[in-house]
Structure formats: structure tokens, C-alpha cells
Design a protein around this ligand. Structure first.
Ligand code: 5GP
Length: 136
């Protein structure tokens, strides 16, 4: 659990352009958008990374996120968008409070991805799949 700028926004100590709030969730415009409508959706619970989120907060996020995506894209007239969620400094997380970026793709604006796929080895895939499943 951490004290971050987002905890202060949740408590109303720092202003934001709020677009949605319920018991578990707050959503507001990103202060440095990479596209019009770039919105942050956060749990009120101050978990640092997604794996640390309680089931209650996760359920709240799951319920709210699709509705917020619909409203954001409709508001800016986008038909495509990305939902980005970074965990850990190595994965580009700057604010240590779980947050989902809703980023409309509009013309040339939106999320650019450095995605370098390679084929999954069948044997390694089977072993890794079983290993992850055992941990769930
Ligand atoms: P991260 O890299 O951690 O996934 O992204 C953090 C995001 O939070 C950035 O896009 C940044 O612009 C946004 N952000 C940081 N501080 C504030 C703030 O005080 N208010 C708002 N609305 N957004 C913020």
C-alpha cells in the first residue's frame, strides 16, 4: 500500500477532471494526454500493482472499465482505443497506484507499441501453461 498523488486525488486534496466515481473506482482525465480523451481509471484502494488488488476492488474496476471506455470513445468520436496498465518501474509504471489508461486512437494520435513477437515453442508452452495453472 502506498501514498501517491492518486491517493491524494481520491481524497479530493488535488483537483482532477473527474469523469466517473463509485464506491470502488475513480476515473479522471490524464494531465498529460497522448490523445484526446486519455483517461485514467483507478481503484480507490491504494494497491501498487494489479496483482495486489483485492477481489472487491478488482470487481469494481471490472464493472466500471467497459462503461468508461464506451463513454470516452463516444465523447471524442474514436472507434479504436487501447487500455494500458503498467506494473512496476521496468514496465513503465511511474505512479505507484494501480491505474488503467484508456487511450483513444484518433488519426495519428494514440498508443504506439514496440511489439516484437516470436512463435511459442509447443513443448515450452505446454510446460509453462501447466506451471501457471498450478499457481492459480
Ligand atoms: P504510468 O506511467 O504510471 O502508467 O502513468 C501515470 C500517468 O499518470 C501519466 O500518464 C501521467 O500523465 C498521469 N499523471 C501523473 N500525475 C497526475 C496528476 O496529478 N493528475 C492527473 N490527472 N494525471 C497524472
Amino acid at each position: 500500500m502506498s501514498e501517491t498523488i492518486f491517493s491524494r486525488i481520491v481524497r479530493g486534496e488535488i483537483p482532477c477532471h473527474k469523469v466517473y466515481e463509485d464506491e470502488h473506482v475513480l476515473a479522471f482525465l490524464d494531465v498529460n494526454p497522448i490523445a484526446p480523451g486519455h483517461t485514467l481509471v483507478i481503484p480507490k484502494e491504494p494497491a501498487v500493482t494489479l496483482d495486489q488488488l483485492s477481489d472487491g476492488a478488482a470487481g469494481g474496476i471490472g464493472r466500471a472499465l467497459p462503461r468508461i471506455c464506451r463513454a470516452v470513445t463516444k465523447a471524442v468520436g474514436a472507434t479504436a482505443y487501447n487500455v494500458l496498465q503498467n506494473n512496476g518501474a521496468d514496465a513503465h509504471q511511474l505512479v505507484e497506484h494501480v491505474h488503467f489508461h484508456v487511450i483513444p486512437h484518433l488519426g495519428g494520435q494514440g498508443l504506439g507499441l514496440g511489439w516484437k513477437p516470436s512463435p511459442l515453442d509447443a513443448e515450452q508452452g505446454a510446460e509453462l501453461g501447466r506451471k501457471i495453472a498450478r499457481l492459480l
